[in-house]
Design a protein around this ligand. Structure first.
Ligand SMILES: [Zn+2]
Length: 425
């Protein structure tokens, strides 16, 4: 397939290339419809409007949305725990869902039956995925939605999907070679690892593999990592931004100069403290109102820090672009694409009375996140204890930790539970 084929066209041409006026009218119409539907069928949204003293028909402009409070990820986890399974946000009976996932938090993520539920097709198309691509999807297919949410859109575009999941680097190389794989979906750091493994086997990833296009998400993509992987394989790499609760929120086009807002949601950037709506170039929290009639999250605060630009883009898409994701607003930290909550770590540690104090230190070396649990012990830690606690952490947080036993008094009483020492270039 030529570069030209991959770089031309739109998935939702009218929406993606709308004039500023049409863009506003489209979003206002969707918001109004959503407010009325959600208030009627989602008890949590009815209560939210009542508490704010707002009637659904008052949501008649983009600015009117500011009358409503934000719902944070912590609020969502709490509301789900108080009123399981979906905290009153679901507008249909559970039996009418297509799938239900569970993300760390824990938070249940419903998937409705409608096609395009997660909204990634627009992003994959903009990145250059086309019918005829043979794609390995290296995101996980169990519990969390990543693997299946991306697969839905790949199938929608007419790609052939090989669900390889995470790990098994040597097998991934074999599959890429044997099946003439043209597309990759996963984390950029993992794609680099696959390329390194191919080289160790004496292969030249540019010559012996057919990778042309890659879609990466779930970690901050630095310019250096992007260049390295693109050169390693002779391919185009694009990133998307989304969450397990919302699906796709923004995606890169061929210009790789920021991520266009999806047309499936209304996105605001708010001051994390004052909740004031911020303008272009001002960093703040990404807050989303999803045009999703099954699970209508209204002003859902993702906890991600970003800023946006309204400068025109050469691709012809008119939606604003997130310039980059700058990290997490609160203490919740994303490690290897998974959220790590202090409470979640505390719950795991509570099972080990021998641990007097603990702290998580997140670092990044060679574009790979490392999560180290520093432990102050009441008594010596032998190998079987290490194995047991590693396993418990992996079960509770879905990430393999490094362990560091530190001497008593090392971790201050008021120390932060998660210390993020990563820097981004
Ligand atoms: Zn663009």
């Amino acid at each position: 397939m030529t570069q030209e084929d991959r770089n031309s066209g739109y998935y939702h041409q009218e929406r993606e290339t709308a004039t500023a006026e049409a863009w506003r009218a489209y979003h206002e119409r969707r918001l109004k419809g959503l407010a009325e539907h959600a208030c009627q069928f989602a008890p949590a949204i009815t209560r939210l409007f009542e508490r704010a003293g707002v009637k659904p028909d008052e949501i008649d402009s983009l600015a009117a949305l500011e009358k409503l409070p934000v719902t944070t990820k912590t609020d969502l986890a709490r509301l789900q725990a108080e009123d399981p399974p979906f905290g009153g946000f679901l507008t249909v009976p559970v039996s009418q869902l297509k799938r239900i996932f569970m993300s760390p938090g824990p938070i249940y993520d419903p998937q409705g039956k409608a096609a395009g539920f997660w909204g990634w097709s627009e992003g994959f198309y903009a990145a250059g995925f086309r019918a005829g691509d043979v794609v390995i999807n290296t995101f996980g297919y169990q519990m969390t939605p990543a693997g299946l949410m991306f697969e839905e859109s790949l199938l929608d575009l007419g790609c052939c999907v090989i669900p390889t999941g995470v790990g098994n680097t040597e097998t991934q190389v074999k599959i890429m070679k044997d099946l003439g794989v043209t597309g990759f979906v996963g984390m950029a750091s993992f794609l680099r690892k696959i390329g390194q493994t191919a080289r160790e086997q004496g292969l030249d990833p540019r010559r012996d593999l057919k990778l042309e296009i890659g879609y990466v998400a779930a970690e901050i993509l630095t310019d250096s990592l992007r260049r390295e992987v693109e050169e390693m394989f002779g391919m185009q790499l694009h990133q998307g931004y989304g969450t397990a609760d919302c699906g796709c929120l923004a995606y890169e086009c061929r210009e790789s100069a920021g991520m266009h807002f999806t047309s499936n949601a209304y996105i605001e950037i708010l001051d994390p403290e004052t909740r004031e709506v911020l303008g272009p170039g001002e960093p703040g929290e990404v807050v989303v109102t999803l045009f999703n009639t099954v699970y209508p999250l209204i002003r859902f605060a993702t906890g991600d820090l970003s800023a946006y630009t309204i400068e025109p883009c050469a691709c012809g898409r008119t939606a604003p672009r997130l310039t980059r994701i700058m990290g997490r607003v609160d203490q919740v930290t994303k490690v290897k694409g998974m959220f790590v909550h202090p409470q979640q770590a505390g719950a795991v540690m509570a099972k080990f009375p021998r641990v007097k104090k603990f702290q998580i230190v997140v670092t990044r070396e060679n574009e790979i996140d490392r999560m180290t649990f520093r432990l102050e012990m009441a008594e010596a830690a032998d190998d079987s204890f290490r194995a047991e606690i590693s396993e418990a952490i992996q079960e509770g947080i879905k990430l393999r930790p490094e362990l560091e036993i530190v001497s008593p008094g090392t971790i201050a009483d008021d120390a932060k539970i998660i210390v993020d020492r990563r820097t981004w270039d």
